[in-house]
Design a protein around this ligand. Structure first.
Ligand SMILES: Nc1nc2c(c(=O)[nH]1)N[C@H]1C(S)=C(S)[C@@H](COP(=O)(O)O)O[C@H]1N2
Ligand SMILES: [Mo]
Length: 210
């Protein structure tokens, strides 16, 4: 997959964009992007047809499960209101996303005891790896709505993963599959030097960071 524009974005140096302006909400080394929402995509943006898209949970589960667009919308809805943090140093505050909790999907599939990590797969082949503990406990969603509107295609529409407490590269756009694994395996950016976990409060940007 080719690596293109955007991933090495410069921090915004406007005086009103400095960290600390909005209390302790902005992790170290991040700035408040304000109204801007940069789009960062390594691959060509896919035109994903909701009628053909499915969401699958498989790997180390008791029962591999798949949901169609209609089926996933019939699940109990869930959302996130809060901030997102990109490793290129922009943070965006007070976002509102709606979709379904990853807990709901995992409960239906029944993770096996040895499942400890998850690989998120996009329809495009983009991947990101996550500890299972980071996508359970009400901290991760599969979302299709932002600020009351359908998720724009450049931001992963019609559907993306959202794991807002980790750097945003973990939140795979155009997500289609969560694969449960016993051992960790690097995803796309993790194979290119980024951290396996990516906690913005610990500044886990690159492999080798604490
Ligand atoms: N499929 C896919 N998902 C992806 C990416 C990507 O290149 N492809 N980029 C990641 C990165 S680095 C970030 S910061 C966010 C960017 O999301 P946005 O474009 O909605 O801001 O998506 C993440 N998910
Ligand atoms: Mo990013």
């Amino acid at each position: 997959m080719p690596v293109t524009r955007g991933f090495t974005g410069r921090p915004d140096r406007r005086p009103d964009a400095q960290p600390g302006q909005r209390g302790r909400r902005i992790p170290p080394g991040q700035y408040d992007a304000g109204e801007q929402w940069p789009s960062l995509t390594a691959e060509a943006t896919p035109q994903l047809d909701p009628e053909r898209w499915t969401m699958t949970v498989d790997g180390l589960v008791a029962t591999p499960r798949s949901w169609t667009w209609r089926e996933v919308h019939a699940l109990p809805g869930s959302g996130y209101e809060g901030d997102i943090h990109c490793v290129t140093t922009w943070s965006k505050l007070d976002m509102r996303f709606r979709g379904v909790s990853v807990d709901t999907l995992l409960e239906a599939a029944g993770p096996l005891p040895e499942a400890a990590f998850v690989m998120a797969h996009s329809t495009t082949g983009y991947t990101s790896n996550l500890p299972l503990a980071d996508v359970t406990g009400g901290r991760a969603w599969v979302v299709w709505e932002v600020d009351g509107r359908p998720l724009p295609v450049e931001h992963g529409g019609p559907v993306r993963l959202l794991v807002p407490h980790l750097y945003f590269w973990k939140s795979a756009k155009w997500v289609t599959r969560l694969e449960l694994m016993a051992t960790d395996r690097p995803g796309f950016w993790e194979s290119n030097g980024y951290h396996d976990r990516g906690d913005p409060w610990l500044e886990q940007r690159y492999q080798g960071d604490p």
